[in-house]
Design a binder for this molecule. Structure first.
Ligand code: ZN
Length: 466
């Protein structure tokens, strides 16, 4: 496999149309796009996968639908009607009792960034269940000012935290590769997030790890709701030939991109040999306590002084969710490009399921804000993914243009637009199908939203007081 990343070429509207007529879809996505009748998610949403096997040829498994309703909404109905929460709370107490220590050492690990969800989980474990958790953080790519403040607030609220900040020289290169090959600028971060907790757990002889919500909250197969425990295959793998970061195999990263085995350790799953006799269990706290993202936000404000972003971020209306890393805007924007579902779709969908929004409001917000260009941190982002020859004398040789500018980024993004999702006409890309086409929108509300002036309050990395 050769590794010269050319400057992406412009897409031709006729070729896009021809591919559409031939039924071409990218990433193995379903050809016919269907939106959930109850929220704003479509059948294009991919499920979680074993990310370290992800290459540009990977076919996505997507969210299931039953009678026009998505699995995430079906799961919400289960939460409201079928699940016995008292029974689950009892189970959690038993689990905590089993792992509780009496020598002052930590009982469990809670990974997170001090965002609303990790705050809620660690605070509940401490104060409702009497546990002594160690919180751990895999540092964001680029802290936002309010993300950093929330990290401080978390520790100030009374927990120990172990912070691991990755080698940025390595992480930036891996992020550039995952952007070029997979349009997935968050992948390198996600590896660290998954693999760090079990490693630290072993160092401290802790066998219990709590993540927040299970992926079924967002539409992973309902089958997964039967167990509170994360599938071990998400962080354990013994086949070294099976490992990729940014769609590039570990051996190519070492031989061609000048990285070493130790550079890759945070991006490598654990082996069964490493795990040894340790009986690490990774549980989802959301299995035991009903999960409500906006509720967690109010909880974190009340108990930990959680601060929101000062205004809405590009691509969404929300100010409280996924706000700690400047990379989040790019993470959601690129998902919007690949699957036709951006940040607003995701937030509006879970707020609708939780009963915080009506579907009509969710549709109006999605129409207004979804897949908006990630303007807030664009300059920081372009600098982050630029692989200058001075910093990367060997790796940079694989890029026709190692320094990324806005034109390059926009052309790269266009390369990943599947013809069944996007139409190109007069240099404009539009969604072929969206959640508002066939919706009976409250137009009055939609009109009033047009007075919104967007992100004008934020210019040149400065907040402008209105
Ligand atoms: Zn739904």
């Amino acid at each position: 496999m050769s590794f010269i990343f050319d400057i992406p070429s412009k897409r031709n509207p006729k070729e896009v149309e021809k591919a559409f007529e031939n039924g071409t879809t990218y990433y193995g996505l379903p050809k016919d796009i269907v939106f959930c009748k109850s929220c704003v998610i479509s059948n294009q949403r991919p499920n979680s996968e074993y990310e370290f096997k992800h290459t540009s040829d990977t076919k996505k498994r997507t969210i299931g639908f039953k009678n026009g309703i998505c699995d995430a909404c079906n799961f919400t109905s289960l939460k409201k009607t079928k699940i016995n929460w008292q029974k689950r709370e009892k189970k959690l107490r038993e689990l905590c009792d089993k792992h509780r220590k009496n020598d002052g050492s930590y009982d469990c690990i809670v990974p997170g960034s001090g965002g609303k969800d990790s705050f809620f989980t660690s605070h509940m474990l401490q104060h409702k269940y009497g546990m002594n958790p160690l919180t751990i953080t895999w540092a964001p790519n680029m802290y936002t000012p309010w993300g950093l403040k929330n990290m401080e607030n978390w520790v100030n609220s009374g927990v120990d935290n172990c912070l691991t900040s990755p080698n940025r020289r390595v992480q930036r290169l891996l992020t550039r590769l995952s952007l070029e090959n997979l349009l997935h600028p968050f992948q390198a971060f996600q590896f660290g997030q998954k693999f760090l907790a079990p490693r630290i757990a072993m160092q401290h002889n802790i066998e219990l790890i709590f993540y927040g919500e299970a992926a079924t909250e967002y539409g992973n197969p309902l089958e997964e709701t039967k167990t509170p425990i994360m599938d071990i295959n998400y962080f354990v793998n013994d086949n070294i030939n099976d490992l990729y970061v940014g769609g590039v195999s570990h051996s190519d990263l070492i031989n061609k991109f000048d990285l070493s085995l130790s550079d890759l350790k945070h991006y490598t799953p654990l082996t069964t040999k490493e795990i040894g006799n340790s009986k690490i269990e990774v549980h989802y706290f959301g299995y035991y306590e009903p999960w409500h993202p906006q509720g967690n936000y109010y909880y974190a404000v009340e108990h930990g002084g959680f601060v929101t972003a000062p205004g809405r971020l590009s691509g969404t209306y929300n100010k409280y969710s996924s706000i700690d890393d400047k990379m989040e805007e790019f993470n959601y924007y690129t998902q919007g490009i690949k699957f036709g579902l951006g940040w607003c779709s995701y937030v509006a969908a879970f707020e609708t399921r939780s009963g915080d929004l009506t579907r009509e409001e969710a549709v109006a917000l999605t129409k207004k804000y979804d897949i908006e260009f990630p303007e807030t941190w664009i300059n920081d982002f372009l600098e982050y993914v630029s692989i200058t020859p001075k910093e990367y004398p060997i790796a940079s040789e694989h890029f026709e243009q190692p320094v990324m500018n806005r034109d390059y980024f926009e052309a790269l993004v266009d390369k990943f637009r599947s013809p069944h999702i996007w139409k190109l006409h007069n240099n404009n890309w539009t969604l072929r199908k969206n959640c508002w086409n066939n919706s009976d929108l409250n137009l009055k509300q939609d009109d009033s939203a047009t007075s919104w002036t967007g992100n004008n309050y934020f210019k040149d990395n400065q907040f402008i007081k209105k």
